[in-house]
Design a protein around this ligand. Structure first.
Ligand code: PLP
Length: 383
């Protein structure tokens, strides 16, 4: 019955039942590593907390529900979740990935997994005709972010999923930027949805956690095996916090999107601003695809000032009073970042600039404060 709920109810009720022991409405934090057995091997379904934990299970059911998948699998961080996906592969396998992706993913792929013989190609996947040129019989995985970080390119998930299915390739979408409020990749044919729940799902900048959601049972079994065998699991308290964050995801996202639009409109056409990257603009090159696969355009945007220099970008960033200079995104508070020296510093300058991440690019994560205060802050910072 809960399957038929609308999204705004699934965030609260999806996969949730009052606790069996005392009926507590919120899932208790089962802060335990192990579980008493009646007789060796005879237990209530829980043996050891790396393998199973009731608080984590409550979160995993919620994750599956909000992403419209059958199985949710939680990890100690977003990168822990990505790490588990790449461990589905073996030496010699190849991955096609977006080129302006999260710096930590790039680092994991090139600095860790290339050592084990997995090969990664980074291309502009919003250019779909390019994609097929890079496929060969070793290509096993598409790793996609949309909107991309920080250039806000939009990739057509439906189209990519058709290409993936034709070639027997797994399509994984990092849905961190959009959140399931805006886009549910499984509905467009993705096999794996990944989240840094550290961002919008947790929503309060107080927890590091990662998640995968899949529909296919055998794929889920392989990922649950890796979760247990490699052990990058989140603790019960972090699961509780993330679950609590998810309950207000829809109301927070609505405001993130409203504020995002107000700020994008303010910056667009401002005499001191050269270019604003936000998929809600009618002249954004992928706006038509965005309209089809996204319910709204989110609270993430990037811009380049007219005086396009490293120095000017840094002085603008240092002048912010309400926006906090910080890594991360998706919290209730507004953040400003400088991709070239922060989130994307682990990508070589040449690679970075190929995908448009100039030294003058500034990224904003728009929070849920009053948009008038945010615009006033921006206005004084860019003067
Ligand atoms: C933050 C982030 C990650 C990594 O997640 P952690 O929780 O920090 O490990 C991956 N992808 C994107 C798009 C992110 O923003």
């Amino acid at each position: 019955m809960k399957k038929e709920l609308h999204f705004n109810s699934k965030t609260i009720h999806g996969g949730q039942n009052p606790d069996k022991a005392y009926g507590s409405v919120m899932p208790p934090i089962y802060q335990t590593s192990t579980y008493a057995q009646r007789s060796p091997g005879k237990h209530k379904g829980f043996e050891y907390s790396r393998t199973h934990n009731p608080t984590r299970e409550a979160l995993e059911k919620s994750l599956a529900s909000i992403e419209n998948g059958k199985f949710g699998i939680a990890f100690g961080s977003g990168l822990g979740a990505i790490d588990a996906v790449i461990k589905l592969l073996k030496p010699g396998d190849e991955v096609l990935s977006t080129n302006d992706l999260y710096g930590g993913s790039y680092r994991l792929f090139t600095k860790i997994f290339e050592k084990y013989g997995v090969k990664f190609n980074f291309i502009g996947m919003h250019n779909h005709s390019q994609v097929e040129k890079f496929i060969n019989d070793k290509t096993k995985l598409f790793w996609v972010e949309t909107p991309t970080n920080p250039m806000m390119n939009i990739i057509d998930i439906n189209k990519l999923s058709t290409i993936a299915k034709d070639h027997g390739i797994i399509l994984a979408v990092d849905n961190t930027f959009a959140s399931p409020y805006i886009q549910q990749p499984i509905n467009h044919g993705a096999d794996i949805v990944m989240h840094s729940a550290t961002k919008y799902l947790g929503g309060h900048s107080d927890v590091i956690l990662g998640a995968l959601v899949v529909n296919d049972k055998s794929l889920a079994e392989r990922l649950f095996f890796i979760q247990n065998a490699s052990g990058a699991v989140p603790g019960p308290f972090d699961c509780f916090l993330t679950l609590r964050g998810i309950k207000t995801l829809h109301v927070r996202m609505q405001r993130h999107c409203e504020n995002g639009k107000a700020i994008a409109d303010f910056l667009d056409g401002h005499p001191l601003i050269e270019k604003v990257f936000w998929p809600g603009f009618k002249n954004h090159p992928n706006h038509e695809i965005a309209k089809v696969q996204m319910n709204d355009f989110g609270g993430m945007l990037s811009f380049i000032p007219k005086e396009s220099s490293f120095k000017n970008a840094i002085s603008i960033i240092e002048r912010f009073k309400i926006f906090t200079i910080a890594e991360s995104l998706g919290g209730v508070e507004s953040l400003v970042g400088h991709p070239a020296s922060m989130t994307h510093a682990s990508i070589p300058k040449k690679e970075r600039e190929k995908s448009g991440v100039l030294d003058s690019l500034i990224r904003l994560s728009i929070g849920i404060e009053d948009s008038n205060d945010l615009i006033k802050d921006l206005s004084q910072a860019i003067q």
